[in-house]
Design a protein around this ligand. Structure first.
Ligand SMILES: Cc1ncc(C[n+]2csc(CCOP(=O)(O)OP(=O)(O)O)c2C)c(N)n1
Ligand SMILES: [Mg+2]
Length: 283
């Protein structure tokens, strides 16, 4: 089933609302990254990925690796809205015994392709999967790897970057959440990353730079990336941390904090207003 951009924007708003509700109920967790990534995950789950929510182990599916595991509330919300499991289960986030832990566990939840949380591992795992696709002549399958920008401080990322460049793993489409924040402050203060595009190009990657809060731009970049057959592709997706909730936007303090009851009420009001705007823009 294919959706219009307008329908996808409305879905992204619903995913944002689910993120807020699940974090409020959990009483702990990460707000800014997941909200900023909602448009990318909507694009992936409702347009880009070849997958089947009713058959998560389908052997022809694309693989999505979430390397920045702390942002998993957005993946849980996107998966629930896509039909992997009931939306009500989102309210078990971080509970003892829940399938929806604060950092994802592969063996707990069908469709969760990797366990993550310790940063820096996802791109290496993606290289292994991409190489296995090549060895098995599964040339129609792609590995998508979502990473944080602060995550790039992990040295292991650059080992994988070298390997993917050497092997020309064009079946990897990596996406950096370039939201300019990490746990303790702005990325450029903690550990400067720029010139980020030049860095990836120097490692043999084709780099696209996009507005990661524009669903159409995300879909177009992924289509372009699939067509590039000489190099692995890095999409530097510029996003607004906390996007959609006014008092959270651009503020690194929301990296690892959930909204309390009052804050969640305001956040959900902001998201309802956003939905109204989306509806009126497309009338
Ligand atoms: C190996 C490792 N070191 C440290 C951490 C602690 N940690 C969790 S999130 C984070 C910041 C990562 O920054 P970014 O990927 O930009 O996340 P954002 O704040 O944008 O959500 C850190 C240092 C970790 N999870 N794993
Ligand atoms: Mg970041």
């Amino acid at each position: 089933m294919s959706y219009t951009i307008n329908e996808l924007e409305l879905k992204a708003a619903d995913i944002r609302a689910s993120i807020i509700k699940s974090l409020e109920e959990a009483g702990s967790g990460h707000s800014a990254g997941p909200l900023g990534l909602a448009d990318i995950f909507t694009a992936l789950y409702f347009d880009v990925l070849k997958h089947d929510p009713k058959n998560p182990d389908w052997d022809q599916r694309d693989i999505l690796i979430l390397s920045n595991g702390h942002c998993v509330p957005v993946r849980y919300a996107a998966m629930a809205h896509a039909g992997y499991f009931d939306v009500d289960e989102l309210m078990t986030l971080r509970r003892f015994g829940s399938r929806l832990q604060g950092h994802p566990e592969r063996l707990k939840l069908p469709g969760m392709e990797s366990t993550s949380g310790p940063l820096g591992c996802g791109l290496s795992q993606s290289c292994g999967i991409a190489l296995s696709f090549r060895m098995n002549n599964e040339n129609h399958r792609f590995v998508y790897c979502v990473m944080g920008d602060g995550e790039l401080d992990e040295g292991n990322v650059w080992e994988a970057a070298m390997l993917a460049g050497k092997e020309k793993l064009h079946n990897i489409i990596a996406i950096i959440d370039r939201n300019n924040i990490q746990i303790d402050g702005p990325t450029e203060t903690v550990m400067p990353l720029e010139d980020l595009q030049a860095k990836w190009e120097a490692f043999g990657w084709h780099v696209l730079s996009i507005d990661g809060n524009n669903i159409e731009a995300v879909i177009d970049a992924c289509a372009m990336a699939k067509a590039i057959v000489e190099k692995p592709v890095m999409i530097i997706a510029h996003t607004i941390p906390g996007k959609g909730v006014d008092f959270m936007e651009y503020d690194f303090h929301w990296h690892g904090m959930p909204p309390n009851h009052e804050q969640a009420k305001i956040a959900l009001h902001d998201i309802r207003t956003l939905k109204g705007k989306i509806r009126s823009e497309h009338q």
